[in-house]
Design a protein around this ligand. Structure first.
Ligand code: FEO
Length: 171
């Protein structure tokens, strides 16, 4: 059975993953509003990924005979200055999430909870990918500068992204 301390921390992270989902859905709506449907699609897939992260942890707590508590989610921002500022905010947000995941790993170690430690490695790896992807898009957009043709091209590329559920789930 999962310890109370680990369970509570995981419940906080379930809420944090759903906040990320809300944030990316709001960004998707903003990107639609500035006529970038491909970027909006990319962000909509990101929303689905965050929901799957939250559910992965939700299922894990239940599998360990813990109790999941579904918490209130704060409203995210709804306006940004530009598409670049959106992706800078994604990169910044993912760095914060990495810190939250690292804290969970620290708790798993202090609780001597080896199962949670192993479970959390998926999230540790995922954060490396999340930060790298967001940073890559910021870099790409920065290189484009004011090129409308370039922005249109990237928008078409990001329109191709589809949701692939995580290969490993807790149950
Ligand atoms: Fe759930 Fe974007 O990491």
């Amino acid at each position: 059975m999962i310890s109370r301390k680990m369970q509570d921390a995981m419940n906080d992270q379930v809420a944090a993953e759903f906040y990320s989902a809300h944030l990316y859905l709001s960004m998707s709506a903003y990107l639609e509003s500035i006529d970038l449907p491909g970027f909006a699609n990319w962000m909509r897939i990101q929303y689905q990924e965050e929901v799957s992260h939250g559910m992965k942890m939700f299922d894990y707590v239940i599998e360990r005979d813990g109790r999941v508590l579904v918490k209130a989610i704060d409203a995210p921002l709804s306006e940004w200055k530009s598409v670049v500022s959106v992706f800078e905010a994604v990169y910044e947000h993912e760095q914060k999430v990495t810190g939250l995941i690292n804290n969970l790993v620290d708790i798993a170690l202090s609780e001597k909870d080896h199962a949670s430690h192993i479970f959390l490695q998926w999230f540790v790896n995922e954060q490396v990918e999340e930060e790298s992807t967001a940073k890559g898009i910021v870099r790409q957009l920065t290189m484009l500068g004011d090129s409308k043709a370039g922005l249109f091209q990237v928008d078409r590329e990001l329109a191709q992204r589809v949701f692939t559920p995580p290969a490993t789930t807790a149950r």
